[in-house]
Design a protein around this ligand. Sequence first.
Ligand code: MRU
Length: 349
Amino acid sequence: MAQTKADIRSFYWRDDTLHILDQRRLPALETWLILDSAAQVVDAIRDMCVRGAPAIGIVAAYGVVLSARTQTGKPMALQQRAILADMDSLAQARPTAVNLRWALQRMRYILEQHSPPSVAALLAEARAIHRQDIEQNQRMAAAGSALIVPESVVLTHCNTGSLATGAHGTALGVIRNAWRAGSIRRIFATETRPWLQGARLTAWELARDGIPATLIIDAAAAVTMQREHVGWIIVGADRIAANGDVANKIGTYALAVMARHHGARFMVVAPSSSVDMRIPDGGHIPIEYRDHEEIWKAAGLESPLPGIDARNPAFDITPAELVDMLVTERGIIEKPGRENMAKMFENVG
Ligand code: MRU
């Protein structure tokens, strides 16, 4: 049996700096950025050098460590004020993924335990957030892959693998494990317009791991479900509301509607750090609208044509009633709804 490759790590802390694999350049170039200030981390998240809900939460936590390092030696009151200001900028770098706010809340708690701020304690917490995310992904991958029967055909959207998390991935972690267990016959990955997370990042991760997959354009999902006996659509989440509604990459909602029509089952894989129990339903989840330029560039254009506007929502909301399984590190919820969500996540944000 071929040896399993170790999971990619797309960011790590070394020599008091944060090293990030620049996802804008993949798969053509593997360029590493070395960041030494919170402002650089804000830019890296906003510009999508690093993306994926769990990944941006962890990286933001390391951003707080960088902020505290920069303040060392300054008057105590100024230190905490400056770090809190950096935390605000980090929180605003991307609005939809709640993991960002969740990780910053954990860092804020540690910040408030020490006066003056302790860089060592903040670094220990950022490392713990990172380590726990990887452990949770392993747990979800084991639980989710056990739901997949032999000879299954699966379809995934966006990138939810090692690049989007601490390592291994959420939805892609489930697919990795199920592939290694021999339960998957074929994997379809959507290209994920306009940023092409599927075509560039998921394809890169799977190719690197020697896992074969078929890339399709987003608009080919329906015909693929109609003709290829797709059994599962498996996706991640950026935020899950208290009633089980799921915010995820634009196009996820369409896949869920199509899955219901074609009898495919719909699995969402996400850690509890993606659950926001303060948000009653998907209608209250802030949706990020990104620059129109992403659409023009994907079409090979330098600028918009006269009189043509564009709209570029980066996420959509899949109603809970279209979700068959929600896989988290705490366990699996079949048909998520207000009651079973409250039971499993009563002590989450
Ligand atoms: O805009 P992105 O690339 O950050 O969007 C990523 C997604 O939508 C993922 O599906 C989600 O963050 C879950 S990743 C484990």
